[in-house]
Design a protein around this ligand. Structure first.
Ligand code: A2P
Length: 318
């Protein structure tokens, strides 16, 4: 379903991906959501070690393939990511191997550095939480990405990851990574929706042959702090969706695809999973009308400063 994007090493990735972060509410929820998504036609699954639901993603994939023998593992583009407390080279390798085991696959299609900061781990191999309730930050990875990135490159060269990339990296961080990278990052997964269009970072990624991937493409369900505004209740966006006889989610997915990057809508509701995979065409006029809504906006819904105790986007909040 949908367009196919080519990465900087020739690997092909379906632009429509299914986000698995939301589906972890109850036992079996992720498994059911993944089976449903594959039935709806998604062939790109976005996962992460941190989501703690990869075993269910893996069992969902197995179930779908066993019921649909014409589909093989190779037909599905699977992404996972390494969390902050696993950034030492041997931990990066452990993280991917642990994810592969849970996902029941011998290789991953793309392996990403989830955030550009490294944190301490505790005795249970989980992120260490300090007395202030926040992560204990070890270092800003963008200052010296080399040890972690070399470990990513090693996994790539070993054939365990078909592509390597990052998530939540700004232009400044990418610049320092590109300076030391032998194998440049293929992807940068960031928050993108009409309230955070991220135009300059997208343009920068493109100029460096890094494919942008949008998380929270539906603008989450959160309110903009201060104004209480929501993407999902924006009158102009709703009017454009109605004009197209489409849902707002379908309209936002079409906008993202037309802007040329990958989008990762997430849902654990079967009818919305199917609805989101029914791609619509957006006219140039409606595309421009959404651009107009997005113009000048910069409202981030995922802000981990409170969790990490560290500002990942200092240059953007300045
Ligand atoms: P649900 O799982 O109940 O469908 P984002 O990816 O932008 O962060 O948004 C995810 C949120 O959007 C989830 O809470 C999800 O809830 C909701 N959502 C997903 N698809 C749709 C849709 N088609 N219509 C309305 N809400 C949706």
């Amino acid at each position: 379903t949908g367009p196919i994007l080519e990465l900087n090493n020739g690997v092909k990735m379906p632009a429509l991906g299914f986000g698995t972060f939301a589906s972890q509410g109850s036992v079996g929820e992720t498994h059911r959501a993944v089976v449903c998504a594959l039935n709806a036609g998604y062939r790109h699954l976005d996962c992460a070690w941190f989501y703690q639901n990869e075993a269910e993603v893996g069992s969902g994939i197995r179930e779908f393939i066993s019921q649909n023998p014409s589909v093989t593992r190779e037909d599905i583009f699977i992404v996972t990511k390494v969390w902050q407390h696993l950034h030492e080279p041997e931990e990066v390798e452990w993280s991917l191997k642990n994810s592969l085991e849970k996902l029941q696959t011998p290789y991953i299609d793309a392996f990403l550095v989830h955030w550009p900061i490294a944190a301490e781990k505790d005795e249970h191999y989980m992120p260490k939480i300090g007395a202030d309730g926040k992560y204990v930050i070890k270092k800003d990875l963008t200052e010296n990405p080399e040890p972690t990135w070399r470990a990513m490159e090693k996994l790539y060269k070993a054939g365990l990851a078909r592509a390597i990339g990052v998530s939540n990296w700004t232009e400044k961080g990418l610049e320092s990574l590109l300076k030391i990278a032998e194998i440049p990052p293929a992807l940068n997964q960031i928050e993108i929706h009409p309230f955070l269009p991220n135009d300059s970072l997208i343009a920068y990624c493109r100029s460096k042959n890094i494919v942008p991937v949008a998380y929270s493409p539906l603008g989450s369900q959160d309110q903009v702090p201060g104004t209480g505004e929501k993407v999902s209740t924006n009158k102009d966006l709703i009017a454009i969706a109605e004009k197209n006889g489409a849902s707002l989610a379908q309209t936002l997915i079409a906008w993202g695809l037309k802007r040329g990057y990958a989008v990762l809508p997430k849902s654990s509701n079967p009818s919305r999973i199917f609805d989101n995979a029914k791609l619509i065409n957006l006219s140039e006029e409606d595309f421009q009308a959404i651009n107009k809504v997005a113009e000048g906006r910069c409202s981030r819904f995922v802000n981990m400063k409170d969790t990490f105790g560290y500002d990942v986007w200092p240059e953007e909040s300045a």
